[in-house]
Design a protein around this ligand. Structure first.
Ligand code: G3H
Ligand code: 13P
Ligand code: ZN
Length: 339
């Protein structure tokens, strides 16, 4: 039953040349696609749930879908994580719901407010044996909208929005978080770069110097595969100029730096949408959801298999080592893990 916090995973990933994929789940087919791929490749994984996913699916349903996944694959190390939690109340609810890890995202607040919110959430989560991720700096996409910036202006002034290495050290010291989401040039969604797709590796190096040993998290790390964009555009969609983070750059970050968690949501949405569009366009009489959601789920399986492989996250084959490490740590489990 290796449902666990992110600690055993990050302990090995930090210097082991791999990163854990954190995949957003919103329904059964997405969850099954992720889990089947990770089982086939024996890769540890994080299933993450946003506030929006909780609302869309009603968390009770998601909880049982996730429980079924854990039951189907007891050999896999799995963490259940809150993505972009915004309040201490939500963190408390997720702890009660059996999450093993939470993110508290105060990055849109001023620095002192972020410290205060993150410290409260961290103290609470740690008291229940749950690990905590927080964020410093500003990503593009959804977050730039918060302050009313255009994508163009965000990219032009990117240096200003990247995580400050000295501030990161102070933040870590004052909050006691277990991992830090850093702004290093990525953004949420399908339109990540107007110009060259490039991560700020020098900034990761600086953060690793001021925060040695702190596991780093990359949000907005979908690669926006061209095959899905082509299908979407061919079959009635309109996603011109969509661009993601090249998988070679994710691979470099996972292999050479302390990047331990890589968040992927957009690519799952694209795989499902591309296949549904294809079925609708090529088989206009189709009306059985199994016959369009099924191909979507298959597309997710092959995509996630590639992601966890040696050319991207490099976590394939690491499940057993993570479980052994978890056992060595005394099989730590959060207080409400059975719920
Ligand atoms: O970072 C955001 C994730 O992609 C979750 O998105 O809030 O629409 O579920 P959502
Ligand atoms: P993408 O939009 O690149 O998939 O990022 C997802 C994410 O960061 C979830 O927190
Ligand atoms: Zn995110």
């Amino acid at each position: 039953m290796p449902l666990m916090t992110t600690k055993p995973m990050f302990d090995l990933a930090y210097s082991g040349g791999f990163a854990i994929g954190a995949f957003n789940v919103n329904n059964m087919e997405i969850t099954q696609g992720i889990i089947e791929a990770c089982a086939a490749e024996q890769s540890p994984l994080i299933l993450q749930v946003s506030k929006g996913a909780r609302k869309y699916a009603n968390y009770r349903y998601l909880r049982h879908i996730i429980a079924a996944a854990v039951e189907e694959h007891p050999e896999l190390p799995i963490a259940i994580h809150l993505d972009h939690g915004d309040t201490v109340d939500l963190v408390q609810t997720c702890i009660n719901d059996g999450f093993t890890s939470v993110m508290i995202d105060g990055s849109h607040h001023d620095y002192e407010h972020n410290v205060e919110l993150t410290k409260k959430a961290t103290d609470l989560a740690h008291a229940h044996g749950v690990t905590v991720e927080a964020e410093l700096g500003m990503l593009g996409g959804i977050e730039e909208d918060v302050v009313g910036l255009s994508a163009e202006d965000y990219e032009k002034n990117i240096e200003k929005f990247l995580t400050d290495p000295d501030q990161a050290a102070d933040f870590w010291k004052r909050t006691g978080i277990d991992s830090l989401a850093v702004a290093i040039g990525t953004s949420h969604g399908a339109y990540k770069f107007k110009h060259e797709a490039k991560l700020a590796f020098n900034r990761i190096e600086q953060i690793m110097k001021t925060c040695p040993g702190l596991p780093l998290v990359m949000h907005g790390s979908s690669s926006v595969p061209q095959e899905f964009i082509d299908l979407v555009n061919k079959y009635g969609g309109a996603m011109p100029n969509a661009k993601g983070v090249p998988e070679e750059q994710i691979n470099y970050a996972a292999k050479h730096y302390g990047v331990c968690k890589v968040n992927i949501d957009t690519d799952l949405r694209l795989a499902l949408t591309a296949k549904i569009r294809e079925v609708f366009a090529t088989k206009p009489a189709e009306f059985d959801p199994r016959n369009y959601l099924g191909p979507g789920r298959e597309a997710i399986i092959s995509m996630v298999k590639r992601k966890v492989g040696p050319s991207c996250l490099n976590s394939a084959g690491k499940a057993e080592a993570v479980i052994k490490h978890w056992e060595k740590l005394g099989k730590p489990l959060p207080k409400y893990y059975t719920k």
